[in-house]
Design a protein. Sequence first.
Length: 149
Amino acid sequence: MYLFVIMKTFLFLILLFPSFVFSSTINNICAYPQSKLIINSKYVYAQNLCTHQDLKKGNKNEDNSNIKMFYVFEKEQNLPFWTKLINQPIDLIFLNSKLEVVSIYKNLAPNSSKIVKSNYPASFALQLEANQSTSLNIKVGQNITIENQ
């Protein structure tokens, strides 16, 4: 009987652990105004958008001068995006909760109401300048590292 309780507790912790790790990952990212992303040994700095208000508003700069944004969502899902409020072409990279690239959209037209969605459930979206995903050699299936202080 005692062994059964230990096994049941262990199984519960195993099932709970991934959501705990993911939650702490989000908290660590959102504790900073920007993220330092490592992509194929190159550093990319992007503004973090974590709160519902930030996510709804998107790029805060009227002139879109800082086009690099890192959108953080609490729940992994097929994420929809548009470029209606963005004045220049962008690349959009979707990442799952393990920071693995699941979808890439290159050179999306600005000021468009056309919705693009991640091909697989995602928890993060990285918005870059147009064609930057090509120059960084970002591929579906690769992992991106976050190095925040």
